[in-house]
Design a protein. Structure first.
Length: 100
């Protein structure tokens, strides 16, 4: 109810969900090869969410206002869920359909 009057908000949500899905698929397709190494902190899923966090911090600095004013907390969590599902889908696709 508080965000319905903001004209740029739907565009931000479209970008948020789209980039999370695209990034999740991309990192999921790399996960089987482990391009960053075999340790837990450089697993592609961890690297993906670290880049998401850094991007949100950069967005906070660039906009000079809190990110939840642009993308609601629920949308942030839903986008992370979309990214995780896309990661698993990309990993499944590469492991079972491309290489299988």
């Amino acid at each position: 109810m508080g965000g319905r009057g903001r004209p740029g908000r739907p565009n931000a949500l479209i970008w948020w969900y789209g980039l999370m899905a695209f990034g999740g698929l991309g990192f999921g397709s790399l996960a089987d090869r482990r391009p960053f190494g075999n340790e837990l902190l450089v697993h592609p899923l961890v690297v993906f969410f670290a880049l998401v966090g850094l991007t949100l911090i950069a967005l906070r600095v660039l906009l000079a206002r809190p990110v939840p004013e642009v993308i609601s907390d629920r949308a942030l969590l839903a986008g992370c869920a979309v990214g995780l599902v896309a990661f698993l889908a990309g990993n499944f696709f590469v492991v079972h359909l491309v290489r299988g």
